[in-house]
Design a protein around this ligand. Structure first.
Ligand code: ADP
Length: 387
């Protein structure tokens, strides 16, 4: 009997699950927000993931429900579970990826290393946090942020006035997350997959580079990583996946500090941009592993296939026309580059594709991946990095 996987959300993550599903002989069905989604190549239903009836009707057509994004309201997830559907990851785990304050509180209970943080409900509380943290803080909206939206570096509490006003108008008594500004050497990510029955598999730790708050490049494995740091990242991710009961792929975003500590920044409970390199660079891609994990099938090997893999994102911008028009040039110029076109309109700032190159020499691989991405319109200019 054919096994049917239901993916809520029709973005590039759902799209990249399709080849893995085809190879494993699984049927993939997508609940997309709009016609013509990035994942329209799979059987697609168009509907609102915030509407309980739509989501319940979708769940009835599949064997397991999983996600392209983390925004399905917790109440709906609980209704699905109550109706007997397999939801992977389930609401008890997913709520910590939906709410940054809940995540900080829970990781605090587990003793996981994190930036200093506080829940701040008004300008006075933020002012007190600033005074205790050298006059700087990174403030974050607890819910709904992604790609650096909902993240702001502030030196005065008044710079958060609009967010506090929005919280008050919302009337639900919400708060902002305030964090110390971490002096990091670089950002790392540890991806792990976990089955409902408990087995886990970890990929090599990667380095991620953000430009304008968005993931721009990933180097796998993280160049020159100290084996002690790698072990620490693996133990932190394993502890989080196990204690929170995460199923499927979990990405743990980490800061490697200038004084050699690892601090957890963010969690994502789905395939993640920091794992796109694994399609060509690992024995088992994060997309295949996610499908295996949510079905509680044995996990695949996660070893790197080459000494170096580099992934470069392509964001829509003034220089990006249709990727379909531009990629013949990139293919001709960089024959080692593997180009992934998400089939989206190249609106400014939108992730429309990525390029991966594997090889033996970091400098060569970086050069080739950047050259191909630049031909597709990626803006890799320096001086663009900020929170
Ligand atoms: P999101 O994933 O919602 O976009 P993040 O919390 O990952 O938001 O923050 C986006 C980026 O902002 C991070 O990748 C990092 O570069 C920067 N950043 C976030 N928190 C801090 C912090 N406490 N100190 C320094 N930089 C930070």
């Amino acid at each position: 009997m054919t096994v049917r996987i239901g993916v809520i959300g029709g973005g590039q993550l759902a799209r990249m699950m399709i080849p893995a599903a085809v190879n494993l002989g699984l049927e993939l069905e997508v609940l997309a927000e709009n016609e013509g989604s990035s994942a329209h190549l799979a059987a697609t239903v168009v509907g609102d993931y915030r509407d309980p009836r739509t989501v319940l009707a979708f769940a009835q057509t599949v064997d397991v429900v999983t996600f392209d994004h983390e925004h399905v309201p917790e109440t709906i997830l609980r209704q699905l579970v109550a109706a007997g559907h397999s939801v992977q990851p389930g609401p008890d785990a997913l709520r910590f990826a939906q709410d940054k304050l809940a995540m900080r509180r829970r990781l605090g209970e587990l003793g996981v290393p994190m930036p200093d943080w506080a829940e701040v409900s008004n300008e006075d509380e933020l002012e007190a946090f600033l005074a205790d943290h050298g006059g700087e803080a990174v403030i974050k909206t607890s819910r709904g942020g992604y790609d650096g939206k909902g993240v702001r570096l502030v030196t005065r509490a008044a710079e958060a006035a609009d967010w506090f006003t929005a919280l008050n108008e919302d009337g639900r008594g919400g708060a902002l997350l305030a964090e110390e500004r971490v002096e990091f050497r670089r950002e790392l990510a540890q991806l792990i997959a976990r089955r409902p029955s408990g087995g886990t598999a970890l990929w090599p730790v990667v380095e991620t580079v953000q430009r304008r708050g968005v993931c721009s490049e990933v180097f796998a494995p993280a160049p020159g990583i100290n084996p002690r740091v790698w072990e620490l990242a693996a133990s932190i991710a394993t502890r989080i996946a196990t204690e929170l009961g995460v199923t499927g792929v979990l990405a743990v975003e980490l800061f490697e500090t200038t004084d050699d500590r690892l601090l957890v920044n963010e969690l994502a409970m789905r395939p993640h941009n920091s794992g796109h390199w694994s399609i060509e660079g690992s024995v088992t891609s994060q997309f295949e592993q996610h499908l295996r994990a949510v079905l509680d099938l044995p996990l695949g090997a996660t070893d790197a296939r080459a000494p170096v893999t580099v992934m470069v994102n392509v964001l829509g911008g003034p220089a990006t026309g249709s990727l379909a028009d531009q990629y013949p040039h990139a293919l001709a110029d960089q024959p080692t580059a593997k180009i992934h076109n998400y089939g989206k309109d190249p609106r400014p700032g939108r992730k429309v594709g990525h390029v991966t190159v594997t090889g033996d020499d970091l400098d060569t691989v970086v050069f080739q991946a950047r050259a191909a991405a630049a031909l597709l319109g990626a803006d890799l200019s320096e001086g663009a990095e900020d929170a």
